[in-house]
Design a protein around this ligand. Structure first.
Ligand SMILES: [Mg+2]
Length: 162
């Protein structure tokens, strides 16, 4: 455990900092268009409540980003964070071949971080991720400021893609 290091504040992106509402229609057909869904992320409006929480957390914590977006979205995502004026921070993404639900992939990374650093909090909008993180002993802030479509929630859980 690195006690000399600032505590970490770990933020999800989709539904926490980025408003995915305009691209949820990609997931609503019978055949979900995940490429379309992720490609359109560059146009996400920021979610002001989430952005405010990042900026206030950054005064005491080191900010890191933990998203279910796949690695191929890294460039777009880093650029989006910069455009929103969000602090630079390590960005953990899903490996392209990893289809497990976010509550598994994210918890794995969170636990790894928790062995090395003090994790002050995880901020995420996915209830299943929040519950899993709490069960593992993390402090969780639920991002409840974006309306989530039932299609996205269902897709997250069953296909583990975001
Ligand atoms: Mg999310």
């Amino acid at each position: 455990m690195r006690s000399d290091h600032r505590p970490l504040a770990v933020f999800d992106l989709d539904g926490t900092l980025a408003d995915t509402g305009h691209r949820q229609h990609y997931l609503e057909g019978r055949r979900r268009d995940w490429n379309g869904f992720f490609s359109a992320a560059v146009d996400d409006p920021p979610l002001p409540e989430g952005v405010r929480l990042v900026l206030s957390s950054a005064k005491e914590c080191e900010v890191r980003y933990l998203t279910g977006r796949p690695e191929r979205c890294r460039r777009d995502t880093v650029a989006w964070l910069a455009v929103q004026g969000l602090p630079e921070g390590r960005l953990y993404m899903r490996r392209s071949d990893d289809r497990r639900p976010a509550r598994h992939t994210k918890l794995e990374i969170l636990k790894r971080l928790g062995r090395e650093y003090v994790v002050r909090m995880l901020v995420d909008d996915d209830e299943l991720v929040c519950v899993a993180a709490e069960q593992a002993g993390f402090t969780v802030v639920r991002a409840r400021w974006m309306r989530v479509s039932p299609a996205l929630e269902d897709a997250q859980e069953r296909e583990g893609r975001t």
